[in-house]
Design a protein around this ligand. Structure first.
Ligand code: UDX
Length: 457
């Protein structure tokens, strides 16, 4: 059964679009706002600013059925007046000192306060989906009051952190592992349970009815804990990857194979098999920014976050290790041709934020390497950020005459690379540095490629 709330979503990128489109799918009337006029005009004209599976269809259906629309910030007061709930889903990029830059959240919160001051009968539920440091819930309340000036305004702030992954944003929003709701008043938690009822009860047409648990667990807590859950989850996953990367470095020195080690430890229920792929390390829009923000929060409070610092050090080392492996086998990098297979920070997205590919391309370019690359989605974005990368139209064009290739993103077509064809197209020493441990080393070597993975004996 559908829910029919009026919803405003401020911020129309990954999180905002996925939230808005999914709530529209569940029956809500949703308006997604953004201060970026070009983005809103593109969305109004049927364009999609990001590559995200299933999202465009969901948006298209929502718009066609009149449940989803896009608008500039000038409609914020109307949205605040008539909506049951307003989501804040704007970016919290990394500041120079590593902490989260809250200026976008602050501007929206003040805007909501101003709009509330213009009049509204019922209390407004303001849901913060942006990843903000612990304590920011109170800060959002203060800013809303600040924006309202002398007017008496009635609202509730809820922290509802987002756990969606790029590449599966729609799936993760409609079928979350858990929903976290942080608030100081029980009535706002109850409201959120009603809003998310179809997701919690898996009561919508395409819902996957899982055998082992019917309902999605809802964790209700205070604002500060909800905010910390988001940071702790991302920091734990990033640390887990850095852990296996450290093990992979030790494997490399001792002759063990980290892929077997990962299987062996991952079967322990307490460890679990996921996020144990060793390689080039973590990137993207969340892990680097959130781990750094948590480190900054710890330091602000006088605590040295040694484990988180180490996770970052290991991650930085992984990228360096690719260049070292290239240097080791090519003797000199000067004048060599290196193909980057994949550019996006992970498959299923065109996102290049904190992508290892850009770090590698830059490092190689400064050593006079001719960098060529292939990616099914991220090439256009990459040419803007690193114009010296020669973009190839196909995987095999990128490999042609390359002395070495680096597997950067494990897109299916890269994992299924025709190794024989690669060997015929490449130049001596036909080196493959497999940054994702995605290829078959035995097969690659048999075919005459010089194969180097991460920690593979
Ligand atoms: C992450 C979290 O998973 C998600 O819950 C949160 O909301 C946002 O941040 P995302 O950044 O989309 O999602 O990507 P994710 O799939 O988690 O991968 C993050 C990085 O870790 C990628 O660079 C990926 O290549 C790397 N990774 C992942 C590994 O190097 N090894 C692994 O085993 C898993």
């Amino acid at each position: 059964m559908a829910v029919e709330f009026d919803v405003g979503v401020v911020g129309s990128k990954y999180v905002g679009l996925a939230t808005g489109a999914c709530l529209a799918r569940l029956g809500c009337r949703v308006t997604c706002l953004d201060r970026d006029a070009q983005l809103i005009s593109d969305l109004q004209n049927g364009g999609m600013p990001i590559f995200e599976e299933g999202l465009q269809d969901l948006i298209f259906d929502g718009v066609r059925e009149g449940r989803l629309r896009f608008s500039g910030m000038e409609t914020l007061s109307e949205i605040v007046r008539y909506s049951d709930v307003v989501f804040i889903a704007v970016g919290t990029p990394q500041s120079v000192d590593g902490s989260a830059d809250l200026s976008n959240v602050a501007a929206v919160a003040r805007g909501i306060g101003q709009a509330l001051a213009e009049g509204r009968e019922e209390p407004l539920v303001v849901v913060n989906k942006s990843t903000v440091p612990v304590g920011v819930g109170d800060y959002v309340s203060d800013l809303i009051r600040q924006g309202a000036g002398d007017a008496e305004v009635d609202f509730r702030v809820v922290s509802n952190p987002e756990f969606l992954r790029e590449g599966s944003a729609v799936q993760d929003t409609l079928h979350p592992d858990r929903i976290v709701l942080g608030a100081e008043e029980p009535d706002s938690i109850e409201f959120m349970r009603r809003l998310y009822r179809p997701i919690i009860e898996r009561d919508f047409p395409e819902a996957v009815k899982l055998d082992y648990r019917d309902k999605v667990p809802v964790v209700t807590t205070d604002l500060a804990s909800a905010e910390m859950i988001k940071y702790a989850a991302n920091a734990f996953l990033a640390t887990k990857i850095s852990f296996i990367n450290e093990i992979s470095a030790i494997c490399e020195l001792t002759g063990a194979d980290v892929t077997n080690v990962a299987t062996g430890i991952g079967l322990d229920d307490r460890i679990g098999p996921r996020f144990l792929n060793a390689g080039i390390g973590w990137g993207g829009s969340c892990f680097p920014k959130d781990v750094n923000a948590l480190r900054a929060t710890a330091r602000e409070h006088g605590y040295e976050p040694n484990l988180l610092d180490a996770a970052v050090t290991v991650n930085d080392h992984q990228r360096e290790a690719v260049i070292q492996k290239l240097q080791h086998h090519l003797e000199t990098l000067d004048g060599k041709r290196v193909a980057l297979l994949g550019l996006a920070f992970k498959p299923g997205t065109d996102d290049l934020r904190e992508a290892p590919s850009l770090y590698l391309a830059e490092g190689l370019h400064t050593q006079n390497v001719h960098v060529t690359a292939y990616d099914p989605t991220a090439s256009t974005k990459a040419t803007k950020l690193a114009p010296y990368i020669q973009i190839a139209a196909t995987l095999y064009e990128a490999l042609t005459d390359a002395h070495a290739a680096v597997v950067v993103t494990e897109w299916p077509e890269i994992v299924d690379l025709d190794l024989k064809k690669a060997a015929t197209l490449m130049k001596e020493p036909r080196l493959i540095v497999d940054g994702r441990n995605a290829l078959d080393p035995v097969m690659a070597r048999k075919i005459g490629l010089l194969y180097e993975g991460f920690g593979r004996g």
